[in-house]
Design a protein around this ligand. Structure first.
Ligand code: SF4
Length: 369
């Protein structure tokens, strides 16, 4: 990338309209918008991560870069230390590229996984360009909040292989309350439409696969997988969100339904101060299946989890290794990563259990990490 191309990329920071917030601040001169970041690249952590779906983590892990700041800034974010509290260090594109190349050489990571990177889009383009110049053939995953501009996504088209967006809200009022983004449902649907136009449905989800722990699933190479995290007390929002996705994109949209919510930070409204009840997750999963989605991965919700000790993929970025689960998983070639199950036909089973909510999903794994 020559200096003229670099200058042209950096000009996207002034005025910054990279995301739907449209702050229009001059980040090049040090101003910060809603995302809390100026134009210096800042990163909190990079490692082989095992907390993603099995076709991303495989047996060697996903080379994951956790950026500082966030343009959505949800009150319940489990990464709040870096997304909202500013943890992380200034670094350079060359240093990040070198770290990824080292992980590839030493640990054989399966891909590059860029987490919440929208506010650093110019640096992301330069980073992927650098990796390719230096021979990296790893698929690039763009792991995002869904609150994105199609115009920005079009700039990423040649540099991203897999989009992994959230679709968090069907309820605009809830989006306003929890993320100060009442336009989230409309903006995220537009963004996902653009992602699908570029990459289509995640290819690995087109065929039936064994996603059980310890299997060696094919590693995803290209496409879109949409995630939805079910929040405590917000099943209506989840069901509305899934209905919207079904109406817009149809039954073949690959979905990852997540039950891993854990209270984090000190800005939580009362209703988010508890774990998700199994009955709540069951309702949402049943709704997704009732709509007719054909490709659903979900995390079986194990009753009775309490605190970080039970949740090895809830990070503490004050530690050198923020994810306790990555230490165990890297020693077991991915066998101790989070468990996902495919909801498809007879594989799907429910049974009741009185604790801690009025019902529970069948427990399908022996532990959670
Ligand atoms: S990336 Fe940050 S500064 Fe730019 S528009 Fe979004 S929130 Fe504002």
């Amino acid at each position: 990338m020559n200096s003229r191309e670099k200058r042209s990329l950096l000009s996207l920071y002034d005025p910054c309209r990279l995301c739907p917030r449209h702050c229009s601040v001059d980040r090049l001169s040090g101003q910060k918008g809603f995302c809390g970041e100026a134009a210096r690249l800042r990163v909190a952590h990079i490692e082989a991560h095992f907390g993603e779906e099995p076709f991303f983590t495989g047996v060697n892990g996903s080379g994951t870069v956790f950026f500082s700041g966030c343009s959505l800034g949800c009150r319940y974010c489990q990464n709040y230390q870096i997304s909202r509290k500013g943890m992380g260090k200034s670094t350079s594109v060359l240093a990040v590229a070198q770290r990824i190349l080292d992980l590839w050489a030493v640990q054989s990571i399966h891909n590059v996984n860029l987490v919440t990177a929208d506010h650093f889009l110019p640096h992301i383009i330069a980073l992927v360009h650098e990796l390719r110049e230096r021979g990296a053939t790893l698929p690039v995953i763009y792991n995002s909040s869904g609150y994105q501009r199609p115009e920005s996504l079009r700039l990423l088209e040649p540099f991203v292989d897999i989009y992994l967006p959230d679709f968090k809200y069907g309820d605009a009022k809830l989006a306003e309350n929890l993320s100060r983004a009442g336009d989230y449902p409309a903006k995220a649907l537009e963004a996902i439409e653009e992602m699908l136009r570029q990459k289509g449905f995640l290819e690995v989800c087109k065929d039936h696969q064994d996603f059980s722990r310890g299997s060696s699933p094919r590693i995803a190479q290209k496409g879109v997988l949409v995630r939805h995290l079910v929040l405590p007390g917000q099943t209506r929002n989840s069901m509305d969100a899934l209905t919207m996705l079904f109406i817009e994109f149809g039954a073949d949209l690959p979905l990852s339904l997540m039950s891993q919510y854990a209270p984090a930070g000190n800005d939580l409204p009362d209703e988010l101060g508890r774990e998700l009840w199994p009955e709540e997750f069951r309702q949402v999963l049943e709704h997704a299946m009732g709509l007719g989605f054909r490709r659903i991965l979900y995390q079986p919700l194990i009753p009775g989890l309490r605190g970080r000790g039970d949740r090895p993929f809830v990070p503490d970025f004050r530690r050198k290794r923020p994810f306790a689960g990555n230490i165990k998983a890297s020693c077991s070639r991915g066998k101790r990563g989070p468990f996902f199950q495919e909801a498809q036909g007879k594989d799907f089973s429910l049974k009741t259990n009185p604790s801690p909510g009025p019902g529970t999903l069948a427990k399908t794994s022996t532990d959670t990490a």
